[in-house]
Design a protein around this ligand. Structure first.
Ligand code: ARG
Length: 485
């Protein structure tokens, strides 16, 4: 689709611009709401059907209207029509294109409708599709994480708290932690879909309409699951936008965690990750550089999504009922947040798929230091020593060992014997990281068996998501079927 070029304010001032030109340039939303045209036309087709049903349009007029709207859709999609910024917004543009195409009948379309309920509908229709597109991108990343987790077998990794060595874990377990965050992101999006997929048409400007419009027919034609209960609420709230903006911001925040780890792990100090040559950035000065640019950019882009959420919440704050023009500001924020999440998810999935883990180095790192000190305290507690007492004894020998794992192992048997009052033989290999991992066999723990169960659960969850979005896709497809010529 093409749009007439906007002239810059400064240059046009010199060419006798009028105050109303400035007003229009400031208030016009065409340069961003052109993105709504498909939804606007589908909504108009559904509305025209309701008008025919109410006797406002004859069957012939309905046919003319629908054919005209479809032709406009075709020409817009082929870039053969231009939207005019002087006509303020996408809604006025579509209506004016229709009227020039089919004449007086086109001027009947806005009966019983206002741009206020129209724009609320368009935003709901585009949002529900953004939700599903985001879910699909998340699914691709989840698939990739799952593959990496399976590939990593029984590779070990130091687990951290406060970015200090804490307890050893399986690499697969660590990777899957990111899977479940994304899984909840999907859950949130799907719940948001339900609240979004409700038709506001029939609310009119704010109080409803004097025409006997079949609101359910409109909702059904658009694949929506019901109609709004209060016309004033319908045109004034954008809580579904705020909710989606939050979901998108949280996805980005989740991605930053994964990115941050990949960036750290790719550093020479960690050396846990080998960056894919084709997907690493270089330096214009330092020939040796291989930088994790993709992960850094995703981390950096999170600020946009968080910023857009704050902007949406702030624009909604203190708005009196019902429609206010402030609401026009929801669009750029939501659109950019959605685009940002989409490109970020895609880039990160490609990046992660190509990444190699230096499993040997990770495994060695898991042997360094006193990462099995908790296991020793647990061992004593399992023999009846109160955990606090065991903790304090092991803390003492941790300090005494100076952080050296061999010295710690020597001190460990002595400490155990003195606390237990008999010569305690710590089982062979008790302090090895793998033994520590295997002992954490609780559901959701890091043992090989628990992780295997977790992988099964993750696969089931992916399948459940795929099943549940299939019917939502069918609902969204209705818009495109209505618009198709
Ligand atoms: N461009 C407007 C928006 O995005 C459409 C509704 C305009 N309504 C009005 N009464 N001026 O919210």
């Amino acid at each position: 689709m093409r749009m007439a070029r906007r002239t810059s304010t400064r240059s046009s001032r010199t060419h006798a611009r009028s105050v109303s030109d400035d007003f229009l340039e400031f208030t016009s939303s065409v340069h961003f709401d052109h993105r709504l045209w498909r939804y606007d036309i589908a909504g108009s087709i559904a509305h025209a059907n309701a008008l025919a049903d109410a006797g406002v349009l004859t069957q012939k007029e309905l046919r003319r209207t629908v054919t005209g709207l479809r032709r406009i859709a075709k020409e817009l999609s082929e870039g053969r029509l231009e939207l005019d910024p002087k006509l303020e917004d996408v809604h006025m543009n579509v209506e004016s294109l229709l009227t020039s195409l089919i004449g007086g009948t086109g001027a009947k379309l806005h009966t019983g409708r206002s741009r206020n309920d129209q724009v609320a509908l368009d935003m709901r229709l585009i949002s529900r599709e953004m939700i599903l597109d985001t879910v699909s991108e998340i699914l691709a990343l989840q698939d990739c994480i799952l593959d990496k987790a399976k590939e990593s077998g029984d590779s070990l990794l130091p687990g951290y708290t406060h970015l200090q060595h804490a307890q050893p874990v399986l690499l697969s377990h660590h990777l899957l932690a990111h899977f479940w965050r994304l899984d909840r992101d999907i859950e949130r999006l799907i719940e948001c879909y339900g609240r979004t997929n409700i038709s506001p048409l029939g609310a009119g400007a704010l109080a409803g309409t004097t025409f006997d419009l079949n609101r359910l027919l409109v909702a059904e034609m658009l694949g929506m699951e019901g109609v709004t209960a209060n016309s004033m609420d319908a045109v004034s709230d954008r809580d579904f936008v705020a909710e989606l903006a939050f979901d998108l911001a949280l996805i980005m925040v989740h991605l930053t965690s994964l990115c941050e780890e990949l960036i750290l792990w790719a550093s020479q100090e960690f050396g846990f990750v080998i960056l894919p040559a084709g997907l690493a950035g270089g330096s214009s000065m330092m020939p040796q550089k291989r930088n994790p640019d993709i992960a850094e950019l995703v981390r950096g882009k999170s600020g946009r999504a968080v910023g857009h959420l704050i902007a949406v919440l702030t624009l909604l704050k203190s708005l009196p009922l019902a429609y206010n023009r402030d609401l026009q500001e929801d669009k750029e924020n939501l659109f950019d947040a959605s685009d940002t999440v989409e490109v970020s998810l895609r880039a990160l999935t490609t990046f992660l798929a190509e990444i190699e883990f230096d499993r040997e180095r990770m495994g060695k790192a898991a042997e360094v230091g006193l990462m099995t000190a908790t296991d020793l305290a647990d061992f004593l507690a399992s023999k009846g020593i109160p955990f606090r007492k065991a903790h304090s004894a092991i803390r003492k020998i941790s300090i005494e060992s100076g952080g050296d794992e061999r010295r710690f192992a020597e001190l460990a048997s002595d400490a155990a014997s003195s606390l237990l009052g008999y010569k305690s033989e710590l089982p062979d290999g008790f302090l090895s990281p793998m033994a520590a991992v295997e002992r954490r066999n609780v559901e959701g723990g890091t043992s090989a068996k628990a992780v295997k169960d977790q992988i099964k659960k993750a696969k089931r969850s992916i399948q459940r998501t795929r099943d549940s979005i299939a019917s939502m896709r069918t609902q969204c497809a209705k818009v495109h079927e209505l618009v198709r010529t």
